[in-house]
Design a binder for this molecule. Sequence first.
Ligand code: MN
Length: 489
Amino acid sequence: MTDSPRVQKAIEMAKKAHAGQLRKTGEPYIVHPLAVQKILEEWGMDEDTIIAGILHDTIEDTDLTLDEIKQEFGEPVAFLVDGVTKLSTARNGMRDIDTYLPATRDNFLRLMIALGDDIRVLIIKLADRLHNLRTLSALPPDKQKKIAKESLEVFAPLADRLNMGRLRVEMADLAFKYVDPRRFEELKNIIDKYNKSAEKSLVKIEEEVAEALKKEKIKFEISGRVKSVYSLHKKLAKHNQNMGEIYDLTALRIIVEDITDCYLSLGVIHSLYTPMNGRIKDYIAMPKQNGYQSLHTTVITKDKKVVEFQIRTREMHEYAERGLAASFYYNEQKLTENYKKGKIEHLPTNLLWITELQMTAARLREGKKVDLKKLKINLFADKIFVYTPKGDIIDLPKGALPLDFAYKLHSEIGDHVVGVKINGKMSNLNKRLEQGDIVEILTSKNQTPKQSWLDRIITPHARTKLLHALRPSTRENVPPKKKRKPRQQ
Ligand code: MN
C-alpha cells in the first residue's frame, strides 16, 4: 500500500475529522474514505488525487476547512476536494423541489464547472460512487433504488465516456441488481448457464487458436471474457428481447504485441472458422468515440458454436479497462505540469471533449456566454438528460418524445398519458425533448394506450411496453401492422 508521508498525514487528518461518525453499515466512517483511497490507488492515480480522495467528505461532513487542507497539502489538493464537494452539492441541489426550474439550470452549470475544472474531480467522484454502490445494501430500499438508478443513468455512462471499461461494468452490474433485482437474477442465470454449457467447447477453441497463432510465430495471451448482466439487458432491449440476436455472450480476448499482429491474428481466426457476415469490426482503424480500440469478429466454429473474438494490443487493452485513469498513470508527470497551466495536452484525440469542457468551464467562470447545448452534446454524444419536476434525472436517446419519457418512468404512467408540460408549459406528444427540459406527464386513469402512439415513440423500451399494452385490442379491431424497422441509432 502506501508509505508516502503526505498520504499518511491525510489519513490522520481524515481519521481525526471523521472521529465518532458512523456509516450506515455501522462501521466507523473512515472506512469509506480509505476505501476510496484504495480504489484510486488501484486505478493508478497520482498522489494529489489520492489525498483528495481521502479527504473528499471532510468539507461537507466535518469541521475541517478548505484553508486547512490548502495549508497542509497545497492548492491542487484543496482544489480537488472543493470540486468534489461542489459536485455533490450541485447534484443535491437538483432535487430542490420548490425552486426546481432555476435551481436545475443553475446547478447543471455548477456541475459542469466543477467537472470542467479538473477531470480528476470526476474520477474521485466515480471512486466514491463505486464504494457506495459496493456497500449499498446498508441503506433503506428507497435510497438504494435512487442511488442505483442515478449510477446507471449518469455515472456508468460517464465511466464509459472515459473508456473506463472495468469500472463501467462493475458499476452497472452493482446498480442494476438494485434497480431490477428479478431481471438481474434472470439474466445472470442465462449468462451462467450459457457459459457453463460453452465451457468445454471454449477450451477446445482456445487450444485450436493458440496452436494456429504459434504456427504464425505470433506472441499472444488468450482469455475468456464474461458478458456483463447490464450490457446483456441493454442489448436485449435493442433487439426486441430476441436472444438469437446476441452473438457475444461468449467472447475470447486475444492480446498481442503490436497492431500488425492484431490483423495477422484476425486472419488466422478467419482461416480456422467462418466469419459471420457483417460482424467484423475494426475499431483499430476507426476507434469508438471514447477512444476504445480493438478488432472484433464473430465466427461460427466447426461444431456450430458462435464465438466473438476481440483482438488488441496490450496498450489498447489497458486503455479499454482503465481508460482515462490509464493515461493518468502513463503521463502523471506531464499531466501535473499541464494542470498547473490549466490544460491537458496529451489526451488521446478521442478525449478532447475534456479539454473542450475545461475551456467552456473557463468561459463560464469569466461570465462569458456559452452554447450549453453544444457542450452537453459533446459530453454525452447521443444522449439527452431531462428532469422530472422533482429533479430526478432521466436519460434518453436524442430525439426522444414525451411518451418515451413517460414509459421510462413507469408503464402505468405511459399507458395513461393525456398530455405533457415541458418546462412548465403545455406542450404536445410530438414535441422532441431537449437537453435539460423539465418534463411533467399528465395522466388520467380513464386514458387507454393508442395504436397511433407507436409513431410517437422512438425507444425500444417504450415500444415494447406499448405493444404489450395494445396486444388485446390489436387482435380484435385493428388489422395487423406491417412489420416496422425495430430500431434506430
Ligand atoms: Mn463519499
